[in-house]
Design a binder for this molecule. Structure first.
Ligand code: RAT
Ligand code: ZN
Length: 416
């Protein structure tokens, strides 16, 4: 253990610690290789990421239907031409593709999509997964696991064995589409009904418990609209209070609320068509106050919600704020949010998650975020230095560990 006696020494140690720390990524859309095709990877998947689809339509006048009728490879060709050749790829999502290629040892300057494709064609998904986890220094990722997804559900018939992939029980379909889905749940052997009677609530609890146990879910999660409101007389609010929270409490797992999505604001863009709106912080505070023995993870999509969300976390120890989500996952906003959160919450926050939908994205999302988080931390430790306080190298390692996974682990272990 060494006391760091200069700002230079502090900055160097912060950079090293942040570069070397093994990350727990608390929210992704990845799966283990054993799940087959639903794990997305390779350069065509990178290029057809829905963030890039949305950006492409800023420049082209092709009919939406004509675009969706193209094969994946044709879509990737068009996106590459539009976003990388006809314009310089300076958006964050474009830059991300280039960071991945560079870290894999491929040459972005070659602009040779055919050669990049050849590189991926020679890989197996198993080897590539190992490589990505190694390159990105990723310890574990939390998945998004939806029992209503027909492609995913069969994989849960056998136990999951890859310890790098942890499950999260995703329940949007239950909370937001109960009228369309209750018959499906009934078909799976749970005696539910359209009006969500008391008996049905108990059966929904059993459904959630069974799935959380089967998946060994770290938490239950939903992506929720700006208008998400509890308490309320809606099916969604009733399901949260009467079914989700009792089971989460009994299993001591958090309920993760991702608030602020306006689904299919432009339906023609399909997955790329969602927008965002300001959410209701009173709902978050109501839940934390009313259910002090429940734990809540929360991220909000509107920049306007970030300050009040951090303040709410100062009031409620059962609330853990996480990530710079989706449209916030851009350098300027990550920096602003991370500074503000650390100033208000110290180390009791999860500054970032990747939301990776394509395995390769773990590489760039964490490369970019590590750089920004290191910058914020350097400033904070230098400000501390100016007060006369001195930190040790081990204390910096400890703090960095907390931000890149420790705070999440501690929160999961917390018994309230
Ligand atoms: O960031 C994204 O890719 C979004 O489409 C969503 O996946 C969002 O993060 C979610 O989990 O609903
Ligand atoms: Zn997501």
């Amino acid at each position: 253990m060494a006391v760091l006696q200069s700002k230079e020494a502090i900055c160097k140690r912060v950079d090293e610690a942040v570069k070397n720390v093994w990350v727990t990524d608390v929210h992704t859309h990845l799966y283990p290789p054993s799940f087959g095709d639903i794990l997305l990877w390779n350069v065509d998947e990178l290029l057809t990421y829905h963030y890039l689809v949305a950006e492409t339509f800023r420049y082209i006048d092709m009919d939406y239907d004509a675009f969706w009728a193209l094969s994946k490879r044709e879509q990737a060709d068009l996106i590459f031409k539009t976003l990388f050749i006809d314009h310089s790829p300076i958006s964050e999502s474009c830059r991300g593709v280039l960071t991945v290629l560079q870290k894999l040892g491929l040459d972005p300057a070659s602009r040779d999509l055919a050669a990049w494709r050849e590189y991926f064609d020679q890989l197996t998904v198993e080897d590539y997964t190992d490589k990505v986890f190694e390159l990105g220094r990723i310890k574990r990722v939390v998945m998004t696991n939806d029992p209503f997804d027909d492609l995913e559900r069969p994989h849960w018939e056998k136990p999951q064995t890859d310890a790098r992939f942890l499950a999260a029980l995703r329940i949007d379909q239950l909370l937001l589409h109960y009228p369309e889905n209750w018959e499906k749940i009934k078909g799976w052997g749970y005696d539910v009904d359209a009006e969500l009677s008391i008996k049905a609530v108990i059966e929904v609890q059993r459904f959630l418990r069974d799935w959380a146990v089967r998946m060994q879910a770290q938490y239950m999660a939903a992506s929720l609209p700006p208008a998400f409101k509890v308490p309320d007389n809606t099916l969604c609010a009733r399901l949260v209070e009467q079914a989700v929270l009792p089971v989460c409490r009994e299993m001591n797992i958090p309920f993760a609320m991702m608030i602020g999505v306006k689904k299919l604001s432009n339906p023609d863009l399909q997955l790329a068509g969602d927008s965002e709106g300001k959410g209701d912080i009173d709902t978050v505070e109501y839940l934390c106050r009313t259910y002090p023995h429940n734990k809540f993870l929360c991220t909000m999509l509107a920049r306007e919600n970030q300050h009040e969300l951090a303040v709410a976390a100062r009031k409620f120890r059962n609330l853990l704020v996480f990530g710079c989500w989706w449209f916030l996952n851009n350098p300027s906003l990550i920096e602003e949010m991370t500074r503000m959160r650390i100033e208000l919450l110290g180390l009791s926050v999860v500054p970032q998650h990747s939301d990776a939908r394509v395995l390769d994205q773990l590489i760039y999302k964490w490369t970019h975020s590590r750089r920004i988080i290191a910058k914020v931390l350097r400033d904070k430790y230098c400000d501390l230095y100016d007060t006369g306080w001195r930190v040790t190298d081990e204390e910096i390692d400890r703090d960095v560990d907390k931000l890149f996974g420790g705070a999440f682990d501690d929160f999961l272990a917390l018994q309230l």
